[in-house]
Design a protein around this ligand. Structure first.
Ligand code: ADP
Ligand code: MG
Length: 475
């Protein structure tokens, strides 16, 4: 066992790999690998988990081959040693070696592989439904969810599921609709109801973002097994904003397996999305077809009556009386979405308590006038750039600069688009604000954004949501 030469060979391989994968992938997938030995032209590396090995095989075989061939010559081979951390320090690690042959026959080489539907857990720590953090917000209930034409089907499906989770044919229950129509409120109400009435059920609410983050952390810390085990013990799984799983292939794969296992054992799954499964882009077909197994119901923008009822309910809950003419005025005037309405109502309550004024039509108009004035007045370039960069989670300076990567270029184009729409700047001046580009680049950006909005409903929804954020100055 020549550890030192193994290390040298592996370090040389890493040089090649580093040039072929991005920094982030390099850190995630190659840093945790330890070289074990070199035996002739075979390099053995140790990877931290089964899943890790499969990921490498699925995604990095060409890169690994290139590295091995560069360093060890054309006959060079790679073997893996998978060390499964059982969480129990007493038992020795399980170690399996096999050659890298490409992704072809790996399933057969592996026992109890994740990726196999007959997944068998290694470690199993039973969850206690009383103490497990359901991540539910208890303020979202059926009681304070106002029923209207816009949400009737979704609400009654939700009630049915809350009465008999996993038993109705509404499994999965997929609720979809635009921003602020009450998706999160409704699915949390289902969760809260089940938790209250059936305390032995393990209920879990999670939004896509947290799910993905947890999963990536699990990968990095070699806890994928624990991650899976945890989710497989849930009786009701609520995954909010599933549309953002688009393009995240590995997270989708993980969710696919969790979904299958839960569904097979009669556990309830609820999801929300901003559009129906048939319009969802960037999803594996097999996952989309699962989404359609149960019931898909939409929530529409609330009509006037429903808005009115929601306003009254909210004010009542805060112990505030509000004249009918005021609530009617608000229901007419705030026509973006319910989340904005919530902002307006809070602002109104704040003014009323701060200025110790009765809430009357004059106060409502004054409050709204300020907000409307904000909506109408110019938004600054800085604010647009900052808001857009935050929204797409890209580096602000990179977005304003010259970087040509697609993940930076699109936010940059979107920011230019809003500069054109929301400021008085000329095309040349807009270009000036983005690393001194000329006006034809700005025209090109505007055109691409408009094209993408026509062809990609997800993108369109994002741009619209951003537009509202900018208008209301809530970044
Ligand atoms: P979504 O998840 O669809 O974007 P939310 O569930 O976050 O929307 O709803 C936005 C706000 O509007 C929340 O404060 C929510 O409580 C409120 N809301 C939405 N629909 C209703 C309703 N039917 N009854 C009462 N409040 C509602
Ligand atoms: Mg939501």
């Amino acid at each position: 066992m020549e550890v030192s030469s193994g290390t040298t060979v592996w370090n040389d391989c890493l040089e090649v790999i580093r040039e072929n994968v991005g920094e982030e992938n390099f850190n995630t997938w190659f840093k945790p690998i330890a070289p074990l030995r070199v035996d002739g032209d075979v390099l053995t590396i140790q990877v931290p988990s089964q899943f890790f090995y499969e990921w490498l095989e699925d995604n990095y075989v060409p890169v690994l081959k290139k590295a091995i061939h560069t360093v060890l010559g054309p006959t060079g081979r790679l073997e893996y040693s998978v060390v499964v951390d059982s969480g129990d320090k007493q038992t020795p690690p399980v170690s399996v070696s096999y050659p890298v042959n490409g992704a072809g026959n790996r399933r057969s080489a592996v026992n109890g592989s994740f990726g196999n539907d007959d997944y068998s857990p290694f470690t199993y720590k039973a969850l206690n439904p009383q103490t497990v953090n359901s991540r539910l917000n208890t303020t979202y209930t059926f009681d304070n969810f106002v029923e209207g034409d816009c949400n009737r089907l979704a609400r009654s499906a939700g009630l049915a599921v809350a009465k008999k989770p996993g038993v109705t044919s509404f499994n999965p229950l997929m609720l979809y609709g635009g921003v602020g129509v009450g998706k999160t409120h409704l699915v949390q109400a289902i969760g809260n109801e089940i938790k209250n009435v059936m305390p032995s059920k393990v209920v879990l609410y999670i939004d896509q973002n947290d799910f993905t983050t947890q999963f990536l952390n699990a990968l990095q810390n070699h806890k994928v097994q624990e991650f899976q085990n945890f989710y497989l013990q849930v009786d009701l799984l609520i995954l909010d904003d599933v549309q953002f799983l688009a393009g995240r292939e590995k997270t989708q794969e993980m969710f696919f397996h969790i979904f299958n296992q839960l569904h097979q054992s009669g556990k309830q799954i609820i999801m929300t999305s901003d559009c129906p499964p048939r319009d969802m882009k960037g999803f594996q077909e097999r996952l989309l077809s699962r989404f359609k197994w149960g019931l898909t119901a939409d929530l529409q923008e609330p009509d006037f009556e429903t808005k009115l009822a929601i306003i009254n309910r909210k004010m009542l809950a805060d112990g505030i009386q509000i004249p009918t003419e005021v609530s009617e005025y608000l229901a007419y005037s705030v026509d973006t979405n319910l989340r904005d309405m919530e902002g307006v109502l809070n602002s109104l309550i704040f003014h009323a308590t701060l200025l110790k004024k009765e809430i009357d039509l004059d106060l409502a108009k004054e409050v709204l006038k300020n907000i409307i004035k904000e909506i109408q007045s110019d938004v600054s370039v800085d604010f647009i750039q900052k808001t857009v960069a935050e929204y797409f989670k890209v580096d602000l300076e990179a977005m304003k600069g010259k970087v040509k990567k697609r993940e930076i270029v699109i936010p940059r184009q979107v920011a230019m688009y809003f500069c054109k729409r929301y400021t008085q700047l000329t095309l040349a001046l807009i270009g000036e604000n983005f690393g001194g580009r000329d006006h034809s680049t700005v025209i090109h950006a505007l055109e691409s954004v408009e094209d993408m909005m026509k062809t990609d409903p997800n993108f369109k929804a994002s741009v619209e949501e951003l537009g509202k954020k900018l208008k209301l100055r809530v970044s």
